[in-house]
Design a protein around this ligand. Structure first.
Ligand code: SF4
Length: 232
């Protein structure tokens, strides 16, 4: 590797916060359309990173997360409680059948209800999760785990299989994924992007991650292209 890893922010170990902060992980209504979800935002855009980069997708961002990562740039603590019927009204206004469940931590939600209603409507459901909560089998069409244990060693990764493992690289050894990576079909390394740092810091981090991928060909490079373009 020709360049040194950029200096990284020293982060404290953050314990997992009790997931009961979101009370609706199991169905609470007879009619699934009445089931309420904490929604930060819903929007139609193009996937900016990972295996599906470039693919038009509907994003449903849920409120709440069971982690508190220091580098988190997602606003997930302000949401509106919206029932599934209203969610469907919104998403059917877009000509797209691919939905990405994101957050916050979407695995805190009642995935079973979302799956049982949305998949029969022809939607393909993908999730972007931190992997700390195991997802029931056969409810989703694409599972992308982006683990956070590179900086928070106390975080247990319980979802150990899926379609895509997307690792934010902050200077950690790839050896730590020797076991976890076996459960995933596709593996991506993504340089950490820190908007508070300049082009030079982020550029060096990009280049170092490129070198890492060149030397570890089972991994692919993932870039957060939506951030460069300043789109959602
Ligand atoms: S797991 Fe993701 S959404 Fe939750 S705090 Fe960490 S970076 Fe933010």
């Amino acid at each position: 590797m020709s360049e040194k890893t950029p200096e990284l922010i020293a982060l404290p170990l953050v314990p997992i916060i009790d997931e009961s902060i979101i009370p609706n992980k199991t169905p609470t209504t007879e009619d699934p359309l009445d089931q309420v979800f904490p929604i930060v935002e819903m929007f139609y855009s193009v996937q900016g990173e990972g295996f599906h980069a470039g693919e038009p997708s509907i994003f449903i961002r849920f409120g709440g997360c069971n982690l508190a990562c220091e580098w988190c740039d997602t606003k997930f603590d302000n949401w509106e409680n919206i029932n599934l019927g209203r969610i469907i009204q919104e998403i059917t206004s877009w000509d797209c059948k691919r939905i990405v469940l994101t957050g916050g931590e979407p695995a805190l939600q009642d995935i079973a209800t979302l799956s049982s209603v949305l998949r029969p409507m022809g939607y393909s459901l993908a999730i972007e999760t931190n992997g700390t909560i195991e997802i029931p089998n056969d409810m989703l069409d694409w599972i992308c785990v982006s683990p956070k244990d590179q900086m928070y060693a106390s975080v247990n990764i319980r979802q150990r299989s899926g379609d895509e493992l997307k690792v934010v690289w902050v200077g950690q050894s790839l050896d730590m994924y020797d076991e976890l990576k076996k459960g995933f079909t596709h593996r991506f390394l993504q340089p950490v992007y820190d908007e508070s740092k300049g082009v030079e810091w982020n550029g060096k981090n990009f280049r170092t991650t490129c070198e890492l991928v060149k030397n570890n060909s089972e991994w692919r490079l993932s870039l957060q292209t939506h951030k460069w373009m300043v789109v959602d």
